[in-house]
Design a protein around this ligand. Structure first.
Ligand SMILES: Nc1ncnc2c1ncn2[C@@H]1O[C@H](COP(=O)(O)OP(=O)(O)OP(=O)(O)O)[C@@H](O)[C@H]1O
Ligand SMILES: [Mg+2]
Ligand SMILES: [Zn+2]
Length: 158
């Protein structure tokens, strides 16, 4: 197959990394939200490259490459909330050794907060936020307790 040839001549917008994570197929324009989820630039120890509005096979996308870091489950779930088509590629010794599509669970707790200020999850009770996933593709979520759907999910991510 000519795939090997194609890969070897394919120019990369960002230099290859030896070890780390490539978050690919991020909804165009959302790379900075992904960085915020990863705690960057607050946490300034990681080398990160970002490409935005790159023409991919299926339209424009953003890409984030983080050197020497793998992602926690919770970070991947948060990314799924704002970039539902993203893929997480683990790079080891310059090669893609693992590839996962992000996928929201049917229900999740704790990674976002409810928009309703009088919701039981926001009133100082020992009640952790909890959401039902209505649509994994768009995505759409609603609060388990008060049924409120946030206007903008990315504003709700903790
Ligand atoms: N060593 C590396 N350093 C930096 N980026 C890399 C490295 N290897 C692969 N990538 C990037 O990681 C992503 C996934 O690589 P892969 O070779 O699986 O591409 P692909 O076949 O186009 O994958 P997909 O089908 O998920 O789009 C691509 O954006 C690619 O440019
Ligand atoms: Mg590709
Ligand atoms: Zn609520």
């Amino acid at each position: 197959m000519s795939n090997v040839e194609k890969v070897s001549i394919k120019p990369m917008k960002i230099p290859r990394i030896k070890n780390g994570t490539v978050i690919d197929h991020i909804t165009s324009g959302n790379a900075l939200k992904v960085l915020r989820i990863l705690g960057i630039p607050k946490q300034n120890t990681y080398t990160v490259s970002v490409a935005m509005n790159v023409q991919g096979k299926l339209g424009k996308k953003d890409i984030v490459k983080v050197e020497n870091r793998e992602l926690a489950r919770e970070e991947v779930d948060k990314i799924a909330l704002i970039a539902p088509k993203a893929t997480i590629n683990i790079i080891r010794d310059y090669q893609v050794t693992e590839k996962h599509k992000v996928e929201l669970p049917d229900e999740f707790r704790g990674i976002a907060c409810c928009q309703n200020p009088t919701c039981i999850s926001n009133t100082g009770e020992p009640v952790q936020s909890r959401f039902i996933v209505l649509d994994k593709e768009i995505p759409r979520i609603k609060c388990y307790y008060c049924q409120r759907e946030p206007d903008d999910i990315s504003d709700r991510i903790i």
